[in-house]
Design a protein around this ligand. Structure first.
Ligand SMILES: CC(C)(COP(=O)(O)OP(=O)(O)OC[C@H]1O[C@@H](n2cnc3c(N)ncnc32)[C@H](O)[C@@H]1OP(=O)(O)O)[C@@H](O)C(=O)NCCC(=O)NCCS
Length: 214
């Protein structure tokens, strides 16, 4: 979309590509959301979360509204870039990055899900490595955070494997029930130790022109 170049940002790795979530890609990804392929057991998402909506049409509508709201909110305190995870040319998941007081603190958090059909093949780890490359190499982040419920083995294994250090616990609710979250932090120095040389960033000029990075 030439009039909103943040929707042209891409990150490519040998296994997948993160492409900024245009409405066209969201429309395709909606079929994965409609089919409930976002879910996992134990429940991985803290409230509020559209994916817990049982009516498929309402689930898709709530998910789209949340994506659009965040796309349209670019403030120094918080901005978010949302990407469709592309594997073999198909959108199969979502990976986002949120800047939190980025100009002052240099901190980001990330969030992701992958279609249940494609889990367990290393793609979740690859998505995280890709978004971290954008954060640290592309945007100059100082630290990345990630939270996951203590029983979310996949997400916690990815954080640990990529060099994050434990950063305490926090209570949250999922589907109304209290549950404990693991908090993780990855410093720039720790990221440098795992830094990849096979991840490419594309059309990043838009981030520097349109996001409150400094
Ligand atoms: C989290 C998620 C993206 C991981 O994707 P994935 O492609 O299955 O993960 P990978 O194949 O890259 O596995 C990464 C690591 O997690 C481990 N892992 C993944 N799923 C696991 C499971 N269900 N149980 C135990 N370990 C698991 C793998 O063994 C691997 O460990 P290793 O690096 O030590 O070998 C995916 O499971 C998902 O979409 N879950 C639902 C949404 C979610 O939890 N989002 C994140 C928190 S809100």
């Amino acid at each position: 979309m030439k009039n909103y170049p943040l929707l042209e940002v891409r990150v490519s790795t040998p296994k997948l590509e993160l492409r900024a979530s245009t409405d066209e890609l969201l429309d395709q990804l909606a079929e994965v959301v409609r089919a409930g392929k976002t879910h996992a057991e134990p429940a991985p998402y803290d409230d509020p979360m559209s994916f817990y909506e049982t009516d498929p049409d309402l689930r898709v509508a709530k998910w789209l509204r949340a994506v659009w709201r965040r796309r349209g909110t670019v403030e120094p305190g918080a901005w978010r870039l949302n990407f469709a995870v592309m594997v073999d040319g198909q959108p199969v998941g979502e990976q986002s990055i949120t800047g939190v007081d980025f100009a002052t603190l240099g901190t980001v958090t990330t969030f992701s899900w992958l279609s249940v059909d494609l889990r367990g093949r290393g793609l979740g780890r690859e998505m995280r490595a890709a978004i971290l490359h954008l954060a640290f190499d592309g945007l100059g982040a100082k630290e990345a955070g990630s939270d996951a419920f203590v029983d979310n083995r996949g997400s916690n294994a990815i954080s640990q494997g990529l060099g994050y250090e434990p950063n305490g616990y926090e209570w949250a609710t999922r589907q109304g029930e209290p549950a404990l979250l693991n908090r993780w932090r990855l410093t720039r120095d720790a990221w440098e130790k795992h830094r990849r040389d096979d991840i490419e960033l594309h059309n990043l000029e838009a981030c520097h022109a349109l996001l409150p990075l400094t």
